[in-house]
Ligand binder design. Structure first.
Ligand code: SF4
Length: 440
């Protein structure tokens, strides 16, 4: 049996990268052409011709990673130049009747809406420049209930209809690290095929320690026909939203998402088995995780590999005066509190000064057996998630809440939105401290 192919192709260095990485996105014709040439080479090395997956008259959906309502300079979303290059390549080289681009962001500032996210990320403009027939805001479309056959944790999905209706689906993730998922590539990109339902369910649901299994389950709904990883400028460090850009100038492509993710993760300096989504999907046999059984064509992994800075998902002990009481918790709350603190750090507000002016802030989640309620007296406290009420320490938390100056609850399991909402609420407290005498 022939090995599954994954192509790794270098992009001739785009001129605009330097300015882009310095904080200003620039699009120029030549750069789009360079990326398009690499996309063409990568796709052709992986599958020969688009005709092998796209028939005359097909509707082709490109599903990018529009993770947040964020500008291109955030590096949290697919590079608009890559969107334009992929759309234009498919339009010119296939017999598709329609090429559409659609997604639903995860969170945006709080709960993302696709329309402003497509605009702010410049993806809409890029898709149109590439000749897309339509940009579909998934959250404005119908959803279809789907019982996920063979699912382990995510058994009942609600899936955006255009994703199910398309004849061909092209997965266009970005090469990024991720606090909860270690990396986010093709498998993780399927979180955008289901809606945000706050505080629980669908995008937030099973986004806990079982996130990798959730992504493997979502992949069972429908596999991509082709995966093209935007690896022109990746994100390392505190991804998926607060990391730093890393210049790669690569396109990685193939038809087996597990294999493509395994190769892309290896290029980033990770073992495929370290990545929960790849491990769960690979071990279940949903695709090839064993690099020995993948035919890597174009460039070898070793020749292009860069060790991405790993994300640190631990919020404890980051700041003196910001106490995280999270003794029995899981990553669904734990890493998203860290994400909120990372976002706060990006706001430019000095946490140390804020805490000195405001006084101690306490963040609680899960079980807190060693917690002293007195600690909360006259402090601002933030209680994350649902499960704290299920632990024997529930009364300690309630007692602490009764003594606190202010209490903010973030319901949900997992309350993924806290990385945006807790950040916003901390900023609100900080603003009060900077402009008025502190309420203390
Ligand atoms: S509420 Fe509890 S189980 Fe749910 S994500 Fe938070 S810590 Fe994990």
């Amino acid at each position: 049996m022939s090995k599954t192919k994954v192509s790794v192709v270098k992009v001739e260095k785009p001129e605009g990268n330097a300015q882009f990485m310095a904080g200003k996105y620039v699009r120029n014709e030549e750069d789009v052409k360079k990326i398009k040439a690499a996309v063409a080479e990568a796709v052709e090395l992986a599958i020969g011709s688009l005709d092998t997956i796209i028939k005359k008259g097909d509707i082709v959906l490109i599903k990018p990673n529009l993770a947040f309502q964020a500008p291109p300079e955030s590096f949290a979303v697919v590079d608009p130049r890559t969107i334009e290059a992929v759309v234009s390549y498919i339009k010119e080289n296939s017999k598709a009747a329609k090429v559409v681009v659609g997604d639903n962001p995860s969170l945006g500032m709080h709960v993302g809406r696709a329309k402003p996210a497509f605009k702010d990320s410049k993806m809409e403009e890029a898709a149109k420049l590439g000749g897309a027939d339509e940009v579909i805001y998934f959250d404005e479309t119908e959803v279809v209930p789907v019982e996920v056959e063979g699912a382990v944790v995510f058994k009942h999905a609600t899936v955006f209809k255009p994703f199910l209706d398309a004849d061909v689906v092209i997965n266009l993730p970005k090469m990024k690290v991720h606090l909860a998922g270690t990396v986010t590539l093709g498998l993780k990109n399927w979180n955008g095929i289901i809606p945000n339902c706050h505080p629980n369910d669908q995008q937030q649901g099973a986004h806990r320690i079982d996130l990798g299994q959730k992504m493997a389950d979502l992949y069972k709904i429908r596999k991509a026909d082709l995966v093209i990883v935007d690896s022109v400028i990746g994100m390392e460090g505190q991804g998926p939203h607060a990391g730093s850009p890393i210049e790669m100038n690569l396109i990685v492509a193939g038809t087996d998402t597990v294999a493509v993710d395994s190769v892309a993760a290896s290029i980033m300096g990770f073992q495929p088995m370290e990545i929960p989504a790849i491990r769960c999907a690979g071990v279940e046999g949903l695709g090839e995780i064993d690099l020995e059984k993948i035919d890597v064509v174009g460039n070898s992994i070793e020749s292009v590999m860069k060790h991405f800075k790993r994300p640190n998902g631990d919020p404890i002990g980051m700041y003196n005066g910001l106490t995280c009481a999270m003794q029995q918790t899981c990553p669904g709350c734990f890493v998203n509190v860290r994400g909120a603190l990372d976002s706060f750090a990006l706001s430019g507000i000095d946490m140390k000064t804020f805490l000195e002016k405001n006084g101690e802030v306490i963040v609680i989640s899960g079980g807190v057996p060693d917690f002293e309620p007195e600690l909360c007296k006259d402090k601002d406290i933030f209680i994350c998630g649902d499960c704290w009420e299920l632990f024997p320490s529930v009364d300690k938390v309630k007692e602490g809440a009764a003594l606190a100056r202010s209490v903010t609850y973030y319901p949900g399991c997992a309350p993924v939105y806290i990385f945006a909402q807790l950040n916003a609420d901390l900023q609100k407290l900080a603003a009060a401290c900077y402009t008025f005498p502190c309420p203390k």
